[in-house]
Design a protein around this ligand. Sequence first.
Ligand code: EPU
Length: 447
Amino acid sequence: MSVSPESTIADTAVEERLLKIRGGNALHGEVRISGAKNAALKALAASLLTTEEVVLNNAPMIADVLSMAELLRAFGAEVDIDKEHDRVAVRATEIVRTDAPPHLFKATRASVVVTGPMLAREGEISFYMPGGDQIGKRPIDMHLRGFQRMGTEIIRNAEGIQARVAKLQGARIYMDYPSHTGTEAIMMASTLAAGTTVIVNASAEPEIVWLGNMLNRMGARISGLGSPIITVEGVERLRGVSEIVIPDRLEAATYAIAAVITGGEVTLQRIFEPHLLPITEKLLEAGAEVWHRDGRMLIRAGKELRSVDVQTLPFPGFPTDSQSTFVPLLTQATGVATVHERVYEDRLRYTDELGKMGADIRVARFGEKGEFLATSAEIHGPTRLRGTRVASLDIRSAVSLVLAGLVAEGETQLTDVYHIDRGYADFVNKLNELGADLMDTGEPAKV
Ligand code: EPU
């Protein structure tokens, strides 16, 4: 048989890794929630603050943890990943370089938080802008301004960003917006600074509270965690620690939504209920049933699914990350729902992909002259979704499309599956064990 250029192109496309989802199965059973990505990555960065061993138990086995491990190794740390026991141990006895390898720094957004520990320990770091999901502008001006307030000289040029300080000095730092990674980077930097640092308008996300408590167990003196004002009294040195990573509230929300959207009933094991409150309240409002006890939560679809409005805000507001996973549910609800995305201007782009599956979603942007106030979606439901080929744009949108695929007629084929590897441990198996029909034509990234 002769092979035409066209068929070569077609064959190449067929070989592309796809996640195939056959919709129609109601999910039932129990699923164990892994440790939180956005907590574990920062705790790994915190291990650079001490020469002693830092052990993370319940660490999620995801590609982003591997990227962070590689970055720490590049700085000279020994990192041991025990996949079987979800454990990562780091010993940063000696830092061998202060220039971050660009490919490792650009692999995630979380990489930016190593700037804090590196300035605290070595007094310098040079790096490029971090990478991560393309969900809107992701500047680091608040991180850098915070370091400058603490006496750091920052130079930005074609070689990236160089930050240098003889010894960080405690300072009062006001953040225009409670940046998640900004708060973490500055909080970590101030643990070893001379004097007291006060971060005003700090982020109160649960991962930051957990990280602050871990730093305190390492010998730091941090107070005000979970409030908008965090105070850090600098200390001489920090020691090693063994910690258990908090449950991933964003992963838990995903399986809760999967239960409701498919008309099923799922028990989430190992969750921390207060972190899930914005999600569970919205699920209840939409008509789902929710019970929790002793770190377990049962989610059951109710008799009807009603449209509810959502706006994303910093914690304890509704998480922007769960906006992407909640919208598929709203396509199945009766009525018109409005979703205001207030954190990231481009975080509704994936709704075009949902549109290809038959969703009726109309997006509008608010703000003038480039200023961003909100991007909003009006979701008309219920709509019949049809399986088709759709593309992941980032971690959460990838999972959003899988959730839609669980209720779509026929087969949904998801491309750019690596986004899921970055943030969700054992995703396909966990869903299939609940009764879903997913097939990954490739290999998940090796951790
Ligand atoms: N912002 C600035 N200047 C800054 C920093 C942020 O203007 O210096 C703005 C951003 O443009 C954005 C808003 O502040 O509009 C929020 O950004 P933030 O810095 O709080 O987010 P982040 O630290 O980059 C983390 C998580 C995200 C999560 C957000 C919001 C990590 C590694 N990432 O990002 O998680 O959506 O906080 O909670 O912790 C994900 O897990 O998929 C993910 C994207």
